[in-house]
Each structure stands twice: as structure tokens, then as C-alpha cells.
Design a binder for this molecule. Structure first.
Ligand SMILES: *[C@@H]1O[C@H](CO)[C@@H](O)[C@H](O)[C@H]1NC(C)=O
Ligand SMILES: *[C@@H]1O[C@H](CO)[C@@H](O)[C@H](O)[C@H]1NC(C)=O
Ligand SMILES: *[C@@H]1O[C@H](CO)[C@@H](O)[C@H](O)[C@H]1NC(C)=O
Ligand SMILES: *[C@@H]1O[C@H](CO)[C@@H](O)[C@H](O)[C@H]1NC(C)=O
Ligand SMILES: *[C@@H]1O[C@H](CO)[C@@H](O)[C@H](O)[C@H]1NC(C)=O
Ligand SMILES: *[C@@H]1O[C@H](CO)[C@@H](O)[C@H](O)[C@H]1NC(C)=O
Ligand SMILES: *[C@@H]1O[C@H](CO)[C@@H](O)[C@H](O)[C@H]1NC(C)=O
Ligand SMILES: *[C@@H]1O[C@H](CO)[C@@H](O)[C@H](O)[C@H]1NC(C)=O
Ligand SMILES: *[C@@H]1O[C@H](CO)[C@@H](O)[C@H](O)[C@H]1NC(C)=O
Ligand SMILES: *[C@@H]1O[C@H](CO)[C@@H](O)[C@H](O)[C@H]1NC(C)=O
Length: 719
């Protein structure tokens, strides 16, 4: 099209181009002194706007949006635009301040300066544009406060100040603009409270205050704006709870309260929001279960409840949400069966990651559901039902074997044949062990060590002891006996199980050890009758770290335990932990800091270099210790069913530290905790320490002396 052709038509009333002109706005346009509409939206115009253009007093609409225009707009804009009603300059590169003279365009109803580079403050005189219906200054570099004169804009319906650097309060003056139906203040640095008076904006439909620095709770008055359609208060620092009254928002389509500190339960009344399509509550501190009534929110398309502390089962009623396209329940404490009907047919594993104990289809990367399972209590019952008969059987068989052995052996040759000369140790004879009035007749099977069985016995002195009888059919076991004795018979440490004596002849080898009435750490961790609190677990781990520090650094010949795991940690009457089972431990010669071995430690706790090369060093113990530290606070065994195909306990912990601790932590530890935030902080330091112990490269692992110091510091802070 020929430019001059157009601009020679002096009587033109309206010009509207789209996708044609390139270059500068022709000066001659200023001569079109009857022009009412100049719409050059969506072209490739560049350069400054000439003063001529802004001096056409007949113009009612000026649209220059979506071009490449730049530079400041003239300081006298407005003076020559007495009839202008709509000014739209969005999406250009205009810079500089919004000139005060704009207030001279007093007939303006719509002022759209969005998506430019206007800077400075919003001028007070905007308050003089009392005909404004639509004011959009979003997407600029404006700073300063919302001008207090804003309340003079009594006809304003939309106010968009999003994406600037505005600060100060969301002023109460806004509540006086009764006509307001859309208020967008997102992505600024507004602080203080969400004003209570917003309830007076009875026409409000859209409220977006997201990504600011608003604090304190959401005022209950907000839930009185009955016809509101969209509420986005996400990414602030709001706390408090979601009230029952939320159900009065009968037209609500979108509710976004994500990334705040909102706590408490999700009220069941939320189910009354039958128009709600998008609900984002992720990354808050919500607790309790997902209400059954969620199934009533029939318009729901998008539901994000991830990163909360929600527990319980996923209600099957969600299957009836036929429009649901997205769900995210990840990073919660949910357990039980994942529903499989309705929209759940299409959801993937990403919707359910990091929960406590979910089960369902294999493609959701959760364990399969067992019939009637899902609840911990039933699982526990099952365990007891299965294990009890097994344990009874073992006790009976063990008693028989011992009884037979005792018949066969000559009593006399026993004491003379001790293989090891353990002078400092109390002498306990085979006879005393087996024939003493209170001896093995009353024995109790305690468990299975690496190379034999452990029984409870009572010496003639009345002292309770644990007797470890080595299984002599295994060549390894015999060697293990010698090792264990050499390793610890001469050691004395508060946190090592004390050997009282040994007893050995050709076909009977046993170690008589201090009896630990509280059994193993493993029993405490996985039993449903006991629960160790955080401090107890911390103390136990400090005890074991001290034992290892002593073994590694406290004796002239360093000793590597090689089999650190919860079943080898025993607890005495006072719940002080003692390290036991030195059956495969290794003495390191003076200059040898590592040796090779063929006896294998327990899978799951074994350092990588130990498993692949048989390389034994103190760092291997540190690795196992780190894994055990994770296990103690997650209550998940490194060989748990959930750890398959690349996911290991270590990697699970590492992914969730420090921000999602809540999801990996043993949930028992948070029951009745009123300072969850604080607790999580300390636990996160524990997991960090554990990860530093279990690095893949032995050189980068901590040493036990530093571990003891760090753990003691954590404990001090915890108290
Ligand atoms: C604006 O137009 C008036 C006449 O309508 C004229 O006197 C004045 O000089 C013009 N101003 C600019 C900046 O062009
Ligand atoms: C603004 O200017 C920059 C370069 O200074 C350019 O990359 C960008 O595309 C321009 N934006 C608009 C909307 O013209
Ligand atoms: C408004 O226009 C008048 C003259 O047209 C001018 O004197 C005055 O300074 C203008 N106001 C602003 C704020 O620029
Ligand atoms: C704006 O209004 C105030 C009175 O509310 C008046 O004093 C002032 O002159 C006006 N400014 C402009 C530029 O019209
Ligand atoms: C709403 O407006 C009325 C009168 O206009 C006022 O009395 C009341 O305090 C306002 N509500 C709030 C919460 O500010
Ligand atoms: C909510 O936050 C405010 C200020 O940040 C604080 O004073 C108040 O105690 C918090 N309330 C709750 C329930 O955490
Ligand atoms: C809710 O807000 C967050 C952040 O402010 C955003 O990432 C998310 O997309 C929003 N969700 C919806 C449904 O609008
Ligand atoms: C609501 O969720 C749908 C996805 O189902 C999405 O397409 C839409 O943009 C969301 N609406 C808002 C306002 O975020
Ligand atoms: C699953 O997705 C397919 C297409 O991606 C769609 O046709 C089907 O309706 C969806 N099924 C459900 C139950 O949402
Ligand atoms: C759910 O949220 C988590 C955490 O924010 C994220 O890792 C995961 O990818 C999300 N799932 C889906 C399906 O988007």
C-alpha cells in the first residue's frame, strides 16, 4: 500500500493497519486534523512517536501496541489529546517515566502501558483520570508505592500492576474502588497483610496477589466475596488455615494458595466448590487426610496437593472426577492403594512420588498392593502372625541341639582346651555353662549372629549373659571365633559389648558376653510396640560413632568392624548402645591402612569398594555407618522393596535433603511435634552428615572422630 496515498486523504476519520507498515510513524499523520481513530497495533513500527501524533485533538483512540517503538513518550502527552478515551502502547520498548501530563487526557477510560520499560513511580495525578475503567501498567520497571489517590478512580474495573517492583502495603484505598472486578498485583514486592477490607469489593472476580511478600493469615473476610472466580495468593508467606467457610465461594474456578505456610487440615467443605477447575495447594504445611468430599468437585481439571504433610489413603472418590487432567500428590505422607479407575488410568508415577507407603500398578513405580493391606497396623499383625511360629520352632530345635551336645561331650576336657589364653577374663567353664543349675536349661534363643546363634544364659553367679555359640560346621565360623576374640576380648569401651569369657574346645566354641536386656536396634526400629524418639536415636548413633572412633583411632592397632548394621547394635538397660558381632572384623597392621578380604559384609550396608574389590578400610565402616544413620531416621532398610532399579536409600535421602526431609523421615518422629520446622532443620543436618559419610569415593568420606563431634553438636542444638 502506498503511504502517501493514504495521508493525502485529509478528511480521514480512522486509520487501522495491521501487519503492513514498517519503519517510522510518518510525521504527516499529525496533519490529519479530523482523525478519531489511529490504530497501528501489531506492526513493525520503530523509533520514537513524533510529537505531531500526540497532538491530534480529535483522536479518541490511539493504538500503537505490539510494535518496536522506543524512547520516552513526550512529557506533554495528554495536553493535545483532550478527547482521547483509549490509549494503548503495550508491548513496545518505551522507557522513562510515565509523564504527569497524561492526567490532561481527562477523558481516558482505558490506559494500557503494559510490557514496556517504563520506570520511576506511578504518578499521583493518575488519580485525576476519574473516567478510567481499565488501567494496566503491568510488566514495567515501576517502583515505589501504590499512589494513595488511586481511590479516586471510582469507575475502575480492572487494575493490573503485576510484574513491577512496587513495594509497600496493598493499601486499603483499593477497597474503596467498589467497581473493581479484577485486581492483579502479582510479582511485586508488596509486604504486610492481605487487607481485610477486600470483602467490600463485592464485584471482585479476579484477585491475584501471588509472588509478593505478604505475611500472616488470609483474612476470613476474603471468603465472603461470594462471586469471586479466581483467587491466587500463591508464593507469599501466608500462614493460618483454610477455613470451613471456603465453601461459600460458590463460583470459584481457580484457587491457588501454593508456596505458602498454610497449615491444618483441608476442610471437607471444600467439596462444595463444584465449579472449581484448578486447585493448587502445593508446598504448604497441610496435614490430615485428603477429604472424601474431593470427589464432589466435579469440574476439577487440575489438582496439585504435592509437598505437604498429607497422610492417609487417597480417597477412591477421586475416580469420579472425569475432567481431571492433572494430579500431583507427590511429596506427602500418603499410604495405601492408588485408585485406578476414571482419570487415574492416565496418571503416571510422577504424580505419586515420595509418599510414605503407596501401592498400586507397577507402572506407577510403587509396590503391588497386597489383599487387605495398606495399613501399617495390619502389616504389623501379619508380621507377628508369621514370625511367632517360626521363632518358637527355632527355640525348640536349638534347645534340642544343645541338649544333645551336652550329653555327648565329656565334661572334663573342656576347661583345658581353651584355645585362647584370656587371663583377665572371668573363667567360665563349659560345665558351668551347660550344666549349671541355672544354665542352658533355661536358655533362651536370642538370635542369629553371622556365624552362629546367640542364647541368653544365667551363670552360677546369677549373672545374665549372652552366649554366642559358633557353628563349627562352618570353617569360616571357627576363624570368626578367633577373630572376634582377638578383636575385642582385650578392648574396653563403654559402647562395645563386653566379652566376659570365652569357652572353647574341639567341638564347641562360644563367647560369653554381657547380656543386653533391650535387644537390638533393629528390633526397636521395626517393632510396632516400641518407638524411639529423636533424642534416643541420636544418642544411640552417637554411642556407635564413639565405639567406631575408638576402634579406628583409639587403639594401637586399628580395628575395622566390617559389619555395621542395626542388628549389630545392642541396647542395655539404660538404652546405651553397644556395638557387637566382631565376627568378620579385621585388624589392620601398623602401616597397612587397607587390606583385602573375601568375607562379605551385609548387602545394603557395604561400601562400594568393599563389594567390588573386597577392599577393607576404616572408610568402609564409615560408609556403613552413614547408611545406618539414614536408616535409623527414615526407618527404611537399604534393602527395602521400594529401592529398586537405581533408587537406593542413599539416593532417596540425597534427593530429599534438605528440602523434602518431611517425606523421608520416619513419620513416627513427627507425631505431636509442635516445632516441626525446627525438628526438620536438625534432621536435615543429620542426613547431610550421613551423606558425607556415604560418599562413593572413600577419600571424600568423613572420619569417625569428626562424625562424633558433628553429631554431638547437632544434639546440643536440638536440646
Ligand atoms: C499542537 O497543535 C496545535 C494546534 O492544534 C499547535 O498550535 C501546536 O503547536 C501543536 N503542538 C505540537 C507539539 O505539535
Ligand atoms: C526491545 O529492545 C530489545 C533490544 O534493546 C529487543 O531485543 C526487543 O525485541 C525489543 N522489544 C520489543 C517489544 O520491541
Ligand atoms: C495540562 O495541560 C495544561 C495546558 O494544556 C498545562 O498547562 C498543564 O501543565 C498540563 N498538566 C500537566 C500535569 O502536565
Ligand atoms: C488533579 O486533581 C486535583 C484535585 O483533586 C487538582 O488540584 C489538580 O490540579 C489536578 N491535576 C491535574 C493535572 O489535572
Ligand atoms: C466495608 O465498608 C464499610 C462501609 O463502607 C465499612 O464500614 C467497613 O469497615 C468495610 N469493611 C472492612 C472490612 O473494612
Ligand atoms: C503467621 O505469621 C505471623 C507473621 O508472620 C505471625 O505473627 C503469626 O504468629 C503466624 N501465625 C501462625 C499460626 O503461624
Ligand atoms: C499457582 O501458583 C504457582 C506459583 O505462584 C504457579 O507455579 C502455578 O502454576 C499456579 N497454579 C495454577 C493452577 O494457576
Ligand atoms: C487450569 O488448568 C488447566 C489444565 O487442566 C490449564 O490449561 C489452565 O491454564 C489452568 N488455568 C489457569 C488460570 O491457570
Ligand atoms: C486418557 O488419555 C487419552 C488420550 O491421551 C484420552 O483419550 C482418554 O480419554 C484419557 N482417559 C481418561 C480416563 O481420562
Ligand atoms: C509433582 O510435583 C513434584 C514436586 O514438585 C514434581 O517433582 C513432579 O514432577 C510433579 N509431578 C507431575 C506429574 O508434574
Amino acid at each position: 500500500m502506498n503511504k502517501s496515498l493514504v495521508f493525502n486523504i485529509w478528511n480521514l476519520l480512522a486509520i487501522s493497519f495491521s501487519s503492513l507498515p514498517i519503519g517510522l510513524i510518518p510525521k504527516e499523520i499529525g496533519n490529519l486534523n479530523k482523525l478519531e481513530i489511529l490504530d497501528l497495533t501489531d506492526n513493525y513500527l520503530s523509533g520514537h512517536i513524533s510529537s505531531n501524533v500526540l497532538n491530534i485533538s480529535t483522536l479518541t483512540r490511539l493504538g500503537l501496541g505490539y510494535n518496536d517503538l522506543s524512547g520516552p513518550i513526550l512529557p506533554n502527552i495528554g495536553s493535545g489529546l483532550a478527547n482521547l478515551k483509549e490509549l494503548s502502547l503495550y508491548s513496545n520498548n518505551f522507557t522513562g517515566k510515565i509523564p504527569k501530563s497524561i492526567s490532561n487526557a481527562s477523558k481516558l477510560t482505558s490506559l494500557v502501558l503494559s510490557l514496556n520499560k517504563f520506570s520511576g513511580i506511578i504518578p499521583d495525578v493518575l488519580g485525576n483520570l476519574t473516567n478510567l475503567i481499565d488501567l494496566r501498567l503491568d510488566g514495567n520497571d515501576l517502583n515505589g508505592l501504590i499512589p494513595s489517590t488511586i481511590n479516586k478512580l471510582q469507575g475502575l474495573q480492572r487494575l493490573d500492576l503485576s510484574d513491577n517492583m512496587l513495594k509497600g502495603y496493598v493499601i486499603e484505598g483499593l477497597c474503596q474502588i467498589r467497581s473493581l472486578s479484577a485486581l492483579y498485583l502479582a510479582h511485586n514486592v508488596f509486604s504486610g497483610l492481605v487487607p481485610r477490607c477486600l470483602e467490600n469489593l463485592t464485584s471482585l472476580q479476579m484477585l491475584d496477589l501471588s509472588s509478593n511478600k505478604l505475611i500472616s493469615c488470609i483474612p476470613s473476610s476474603l471468603w465472603n466475596i461470594k462471586d469471586i472466580l479466581m483467587v491466587d495468593l500463591s508464593s507469599n508467606a501466608l500462614n493460618g488455615t483454610i477455613p470451613l467457610e471456603i465453601s461459600s465461594l460458590r463460583a470459584l474456578i481457580l484457587l491457588n494458595l501454593s508456596n505458602n505456610q498454610i497449615s491444618g487440615n483441608i476442610p471437607p467443605t471444600i467439596g462444595d466448590l463444584q465449579t472449581l477447575q484448578n486447585l493448587s495447594l502445593e508446598n504448604n504445611k497441610l496435614q490430615g487426610s485428603i477429604p472424601e468430599s474431593f470427589g464432589k468437585m466435579i469440574s476439577m481439571e487440575f489438582l496439585d496437593l504435592s509437598e505437604n504433610y498429607l497422610s492417609g489413603v487417597i480417597p477412591k472418590s477421586l475416580e469420579s472426577l472425569v475432567h481431571l487432567k492433572y494430579i500431583n500428590l507427590s511429596y506427602n505422607l500418603l499410604y495405601g492403594e492408588i485408585p485406578s479407575g476414571g482419570p487415574f488410568r492416565n496418571f503416571t508415577a510422577e504424580s505419586f512420588v515420595m509418599n510414605e507407603d503407596l501401592c498400586g500398578k507397577p507402572q506407577l513405580r510403587v509396590k503391588p498392593c497386597k489383599k487387605g493391606s495398606g495399613h501399617r497396623s495390619t502389616k504389623g499383625m501379619l508380621l507377628i502372625k508369621c514370625l511367632l511360629p517360626v521363632m518358637l520352632a527355632v527355640i525348640i530345635v536349638a534347645s534340642c541341639i544343645i541338649f544333645l551336645k551336652h550329653k555327648r561331650n565329656d565334661v572334663n576336657d573342656s576347661t583345658n582346651r581353651d584355645l585362647l589364653n584370656l587371663e583377665m577374663l572371668a573363667r567360665v567353664s563349659y560345665y558351668e555353662l551347660l550344666q549349671g543349675t541355672n544354665g542352658f536349661d533355661e536358655c533362651n534363643f536370642l538370635g542369629q549372629g553371622s556365624f552362629g546363634s546367640v542364647y541368653k544364659g544365667i551363670l552360677s553367679s546369677g549373672q545374665m549373659v549372652a552366649v554366642k555359640v559358633f557353628n563349627l560346621n562352618l570353617e569360616e565360623a571357627s576363624r570368626s571365633f578367633d577373630t572376634e576374640c582377638i578383636a575385642i576380648c582385650n578392648l574396653r569401651h563403654r559402647n562395645l559389648v563386653k566379652i566376659i569369657s570365652s569357652c572353647s574346645n574341639v567341638d564347641f566354641k562360644s563367647l560369653i558376653m554381657e547380656f543386653m536386656p533391650n535387644g537390638s536396634l533393629e528390633r526397636w526400629l521395626y517393632s510396632h510396640n516400641y518407638c524411639l524418639d529423636i533424642l534416643q536415636r541420636l544418642n544411640i548413633m552417637i554411642d556407635i560413632a564413639s565405639a567406631l572412633e575408638y576402634l579406628h583411632h583409639g587403639s594401637s592397632t586399628p580395628i575395622v568392624h566390617c559389619d555395621i548394621k542395626p542388628s549389630n547394635v545392642l541396647l542395655d538397660e539404660e538404652m546405651v548402645a553397644h556395638l557387637s558381632d566382631f565376627g568378620i572384623s579385621k585388624l589392620l597392621g601398623e602401616e597397612k591402612l587397607q587390606i583385602y578380604t573375601k568375607t562379605f559384609a551385609t548387602a545394603g550396608y557395604m561400601a562400594p569398594e568393599y563389594g567390588s574389590e573386597g577392599l577393607v578400610s576404616m572408610k568402609g565402616d564409615v560408609y556403613s555407618y552413614g547408611i545406618m544413620l539414614m536408616e535409623v531416621f527414615t526407618r527404611k532398610k537399604s534393602i527395602d522393596d521400594m529401592f529398586v532399579e537405581g533408587l537406593s536409600l542413599k539416593c532417596w535421602v540425597s534427593k530429599s535433603t534438605p528440602h523434602s526431609i518431611i517425606n523421608i523421615l520416619d513419620a513416627n518422629l513427627l507425631q505431636g511435634d509442635h516445632q516441626i520446622g525446627n525438628t526438620l532443620l536438625h534432621i536435615s543436618s543429620i542426613f547431610e552428615l550421613a551423606l558425607n559419610c556415604s560418599t562413593d569415593l572413600p577419600e571424600t568420606r568423613m572420619n569417625m572422630a569428626d562424625v562424633v563431634v558433628s553429631l554431638k553438636n547437632i544434639k546440643a542444638m536440638f536440646m
